[in-house]
Design a protein around this ligand. Structure first.
Ligand code: PLP
Length: 358
């Protein structure tokens, strides 16, 4: 399958007749409450990406036989843009998101749009809907690139047609208070050789049931573990999982069962830059339990684009609640979060080249 296409031509832009923007969109209260006026759309057919368009956001028609709905060829990304001033904004780590999108698409036998198409589409779309980027502290514009198999066929096969869509919407700062998490050892999110490293739709559908059970038991999230006799802790919900154990920042190494988070990568880069001790290595559940019991576990948090840092207050292991030391503004995880935010908001120099100015 031909995969990489260079950017062919200008993106054709259709204006909205009436903006759906209201002042309340500047202060979003929930994730996904608002969707901006425009979306990017580009179809893949006859082995090539067709004309790229930016059109008013709205429903689209789709065959009920669309292969994505039946066999799950659907891959997404999640990224953010931030307001710098009235007429400037930044998009965070476009290249890194593109690389991951590519890896996910390849794993699902899907065509990869060219890097230039991806980048130009994002920049044009965010420029056009700039007013939707909230300026409330901590809030941002969430960006959702998505590619799904659109060919309508019954047969189990690799689709020959796809639709690439990019949607955006203002989102608030998430998760301020510490969460309760349950270590899940019965259900697994990912297995070696599987698709855990890819942001493909099925991974998330499969995670709902164990997460719902954990919610019914009073937890906010699960901690996923590897299958086998000596489980290792992997991720928490849709976030990577980081610990401070004995003054060392520890997280699971990248593998095919771990989603290669861009927040994780950014926080590790900043921690190393600050001279912290950092270890990317396997963490067995036994080690975590021991670290909880002996109070060597000082901090634990999830890391992801939506929340940046989600502090963990209680970890439940085999039915036992282990409360962590109190989360305070002086907790070290917030020093990392603030350093990341300062770069994204242009308050400190972008030394790692993470921002794209639009
Ligand atoms: C998206 C995602 C993450 C976090 O990745 P970021 O790039 O930091 O947003 C972590 N785990 C899973 C399972 C994810 O889908």
């Amino acid at each position: 399958m031909q995969s990489v296409t260079t950017f062919p031509k200008q993106i054709e832009i259709s204006p909205v007749l009436q903006s759906r923007y209201t002042q309340s969109a500047a202060h979003p209260k929930e994730f996904g409450e608002y969707i901006s006026d425009h979306m990017f759309v580009c179809d893949y057919r006859n082995g090539a990406w067709q004309e790229p368009l930016i059109v008013p956001y709205g429903d689209m028609s789709l065959s009920p036989c669309a292969l994505a709905l039946h066999y799950g060829q659907s891959v997404f990304e999640g990224m953010k843009a931030f307001r710098l001033s009235e007429d400037s904004a930044t998009i965070f780590r476009i290249e890194k998101h593109y690389e991951r999108f590519k890896r996910s698409l390849e794993r699902m036998c899907m065509p990869v749009p060219g890097a230039e198409l991806f980048k130009t589409a994002l920049i044009e779309l965010i420029r056009l809907d700039r007013k939707w980027i909230p300026d409330t502290a901590g809030a941002s514009l969430y960006i959702r690139p998505l590619i799904f198999a659109s060919e309508g066929k019954f047969g189990v096969k690799v689709s020959s047609e796809y639709r690439f869509v990019i949607l955006t919407g203002p989102v608030p700062a998430l998760f301020s208070k510490p969460i309760r998490v349950k270590v899940e050892t019965e259900f697994h999110r990912a297995t070696p050789g599987g698709t855990g490293f890819a942001k493909c739709a099925g991974n998330y559908g499969g995670a709902f049931y164990p997460t719902q059970l954990a919610r019914q038991q009073g937890f906010d999230q699960v901690i996923w573990t590897s299958a086998g006799d000596n489980p290792c802790v992997e991720e928490s919900g849709m976030m990577n999982l980081l610990f401070i154990i004995n003054n060392t920042l520890v997280t699971a190494p990248k593998s095919d069962t771990i989603l290669d988070g861009i927040t994780r990568d950014s926080l590790l880069t900043l921690a190393r830059d600050k001279g912290w001790k950092v270890e990317e290595r396997e963490i067995t559940l036994r080690e975590l339990e021991e670290a909880c019991r002996t109070q060597q576990l000082q901090e634990a948090f999830g890391a992801g684009t939506a929340a940046i840092v989600a502090p963990i207050g209680i970890i439940n292991i085999y039915g036992v609640d282990y409360p962590l030391p109190e989360v305070t503004p002086a907790s070290r995880m917030f020093a990392l979060r603030d350093a990341l935010n300062d770069i994204r908001l242009g308050k400190t120099e972008d030394r790692f080249g993470w921002n794209t100015l639009v």
